[in-house]
Design a protein around this ligand. Structure first.
Ligand code: NAD
Length: 284
């Protein structure tokens, strides 16, 4: 059964353009040249934010995303950096400060999988996934918090000193055989996010996660590209449709805006009910 996201966007489009909830804010989205990160970068721009489009591969694609963002009347920079390398991350934040004057919103989105049976998993597979998915989020969060503290509060722009949105996964709680490195990285993101939130709440820095279920992007193409694989996937999704990148980008804009000002340390599951033990939906 193939279904697409219902076209319910007209009301949201008008509201977003009218409200410009992120006007005057500067957002960095990592891994923003594809999938969920691209959708978030564009949605942030539509809400009025200037955006740094971080990417690792493909100058053309990243520049095209930055062009699309500029079409919304805000500033955009495409910046190549490997988020797992401190020597790449620090200069990315320095450039953002020099060209956009600072940062208000960090979206830790860059992530990857290197799947293997656990008994065959190599150090390279383990270290790469932990390096990008967890250490990358640590490095970017640390640089963002340093910047938030230097900059000070701008109450006319936001009630918070800064906002961090971590893209985690349902696999921060659901164990995942054959993907132990990935599940471990996302479990790590959960307690990193909550500990950052606890450490900096009194400074009005908010830190939250979005935990996607199955979203239609390149990372999991094998799970949705054929009718057979899609139908198998739907056994895990009570809402009986795959998620689209825009399901995540709307939640990210909300978490970055003052509409969620009293929310910090939360994992928000955007998963069509994947966490509801679908194996029990007919009584188990
Ligand atoms: P994607 O592969 O389209 O996006 C990941 C992006 O991260 C890519 O653009 C990739 O180039 C970039 N990236 C990888 N390593 C990097 C590095 N070292 N430095 C900078 N960028 C790097 O897949 P996606 O589904 O859009 O994934 C985005 C995030 O969402 C990931 O953190 C992923 O774990 C998470 N997620 C996705 C799903 C899903 O179903 N698609 C579900 C749960 C969580």
């Amino acid at each position: 059964m193939w279904e697409s996201m219902p076209e319910g966007g007209a009301y949201w489009d008008k509201e977003l353009l009218r409200m410009q909830k992120l006007k005057g804010q500067r957002a960095l989205v990592t891994g923003a040249s594809s999938g969920i990160g691209k959708a978030i970068a564009i949605e942030m721009a539509r809400a009025g934010a200037d955006v740094v489009v971080n990417y690792l591969y493909g100058d053309d694609v990243a520049n095209a995303v930055a062009d699309e963002i500029r079409g919304h009347g805000v500033r955009a920079i495409a910046h190549r950096a490997d988020v797992s390398r401190e020597a790449d991350v620090v200069p990315m934040f320095e450039r953002m400060e020099a060209e956009l004057g600072g940062i208000d919103i960090l979206v830790n989105n860059a992530g990857l999988q290197k799947d293997a049976d656990f008994h065959d998993m190599t150090m390279e597979q383990w270290n790469t996934v932990i390096g990008v998915n967890l250490t990358g989020q640590f490095l970017c969060s640390r640089e963002a918090i340093r910047a938030f503290r230097r900059q000070g509060l701008r109450p006319e722009i936001s009630k918070a000193l800064g906002k961090i949105v971590c893209i985690s996964s349902v696999h921060e709680v659901i164990p995942w055989a054959g993907h132990v490195n990935y599940a471990a990285s996302k479990g790590g993101v959960m307690l990193m996010m909550k500990s950052i939130a606890q450490e900096y709440a009194s400074m009005r820095i908010r830190c939250n996660s979005i935990c996607p279920g199955a979203i239609r992007t390149p990372i999991n193409q094998g799970a949705w590209e054929t009718e057979e694989s899609y139908n198998a996937l739907m056994k895990l999704v009570p809402y009986k449709r795959i998620g689209e990148p825009d399901d995540i980008s709307k939640a990210a804009v909300w978490l970055a805006s003052d509409d969620s000002d009293y929310v910090t340390g939360a994992s928000i599951f955007v998963d069509g009910g994947m966490l509801l033990y679908p194996g029990f939906e007919n009584g188990g």
